[in-house]
Design a protein around this ligand. Structure first.
Ligand code: SF4
Ligand code: SF4
Length: 452
């Protein structure tokens, strides 16, 4: 006697633990408006590497019509999670929620090769830990000051490394050790504050771009905003969530929310776009959990720092960034040309495009330049440029070429990932900076536009 066939699973090829929502998938009407803004579709022209194709794959898997195997997962590994498709979709398809649910499933269902597993394990054991990042930054600093890094590059030995390790080496910035270890400067008390806020220090931001955090505190102080320190913040879990490690991301963000909740502030400010977009939707991780009301209260307070300042209405007087040239007997400030790059997790995921531009335009003699195809990702995307180094490099080179055509004095982007990625592919003569750094410099007119 033959065994009866098992009943079809209600979640198809997905397991029952938070599968992607069939209702969200059904919102896609296959119009294709999202295709030109999808970086992987732009690179390869493959339907299954477009938002529409990926949503169709999820639909087939939910209906049990497609098996989830390595080929299936590759299309999702290729996705940058840049959310350009959110912006371009006229039907309001929540691709972010579909991807967020699909990725942990793919990690569970399709085992990775041991090399891939170990590399991902290493990245997630490093980046969410500030102390380990500081140790890594110190090692990178030693390799630079002893000439080891330059010698390895000159000998060509680095070319023998696996592609993803080579990408890690190439992306590592020159770190200034003292501020990297010092942490956030103590905020000065503000008389008659317009708001009380807490600032997320971030992991990569606080170690590799501590100047952006220091500048944030300085600008907020000048705008009469009291920054309330929140000790022991830890990581927000964004990198883990984007890599499909939803359980540890959930634990991390819960700890972080509890800490910030105790601070009793009006707003929680973030100056790294990837962290901001994660924190603005962190309540999604607690659906059906008693922690949900606390998570929602927190989420309602989260703002990107530029979005917050624009809404608050800046008051501080700004001066030109550039030095002056003397014409006749009159000192004329030189114009500073700044190209603003839309970080995907700020523009697409958070819808913040106007605020950074409006704030930068407040700086006298600053000429704002637009980069062509602003909707196309630079290839950074969390750990994407380390785990998918090929397409990330193609996108990074494309973005760097577009920036180089404008030849600005400064490239500004509101997240550390984009700054590292574009710097890797960009002419060293162009300075990179977070917009808040330029605003802080303009407070005292002490901008230095020499390349780092
Ligand atoms: S998130 Fe970005 S890469 Fe992924 S499907 Fe959407 S547009 Fe394409
Ligand atoms: S995701 Fe949106 S834009 Fe893309 S095909 Fe579906 S409905 Fe059209």
């Amino acid at each position: 006697m033959t065994e009866p066939a098992p009943p079809p699973s209600p979640t198809g090829a997905f397991d029952v633990h938070h599968p992607p929502s069939a209702e969200r998938v059904a919102d896609c009407v296959h119009c294709g408006f999202c295709l030109p803004s999808c970086p992987t579709y732009v690179l390869w022209g493959e339907e299954m590497d477009s938002p529409r194709g990926r949503i169709h794959l999820v639909k087939l898997a939910l209906e049990g019509e497609a098996a989830i195997d390595a080929g299936f997962r590759q299309h999702f590994d290729n996705c940058l999670g840049c959310m350009a498709c959110l912006t371009s979709c006229p039907s309001g398809v929540q691709y972010d929620a579909i991807l967020e649910a699909a990725r942990p499933q793919l990690e569970r269902i399709v085992p990775r090769s041991s090399a891939d597993r170990w590399f991902r394990w290493f990245l997630l054991a490093l980046f969410p830990h500030r102390f380990r990042l500081r140790l890594a930054a110190t090692a990178a600093w030693l390799a630079r000051v002893t000439g080891l890094r330059a010698a390895v590059r000159a000998s060509g030995l680095n070319r023998a490394l696996p592609e993803n390790v080579r990408a890690l080496e190439a992306l590592a910035p020159d770190v200034d050790l003292k501020p990297a270890w010092a942490g956030l400067p103590a905020p000065a008390p503000v008389a008659s504050p317009r708001a009380r806020v807490a600032l997320l220090e971030g992991c990569v931001q606080s170690v590799f771009f501590p100047a952006a955090n220091a500048a944030t505190v300085k600008v907020l102080g000048a705008e009469r905003v009291q920054v309330v320190p929140v000790a022991g913040q830890g990581c927000c879990g964004a990198l883990e969530l984007h890599a499909g490690a939803d359980q540890s991301a959930r634990r991390r963000v819960r700890r972080l929310i509890e800490r910030f909740d105790r601070a009793g502030v009006d707003r929680v400010l973030v100056n790294a776009a990837g962290c901001g977009s994660m924190l603005k939707t962190a309540d999604r991780l607690f659906e059906g959990d008693p922690f949900l009301p606390t998570a929602r209260r927190f989420v309602d307070k989260v703002n990107d720092v530029l979005e917050f300042l624009h809404e608050l209405g800046p008051e501080a007087e700004l001066r030109p960034l550039g030095s002056s040239t003397t014409v006749g007997n009159r000192a004329t400030p030189t114009r500073t040309r700044v190209a603003y790059h839309d970080a995907c997790h700020l523009a697409h995921a958070q819808g913040v495009r106007t605020a950074p531009r409006a704030l930068l335009r407040r700086i006298p003699e600053l000429q704002l330049e637009e980069i062509p195809d602003p909707e196309i990702c630079c290839g950074s995307a969390g750990i994407y440029n380390l785990v998918q180094p090929g397409p990330a490099a193609a996108l990074g080179e494309r973005k760097a070429r577009d920036v180089a055509r404008i030849a600005p004095d400064v490239l500004a982007a509101a997240t550390p990932g984009c700054l590292l990625q574009i710097r890797r592919h960009l002419d060293a003569g162009i300075r990179i900076a977070h917009p808040i750094e330029l605003l802080a410099e303009a407070l005292h007119g002490d901008g230095d536009h020499s390349a780092p």
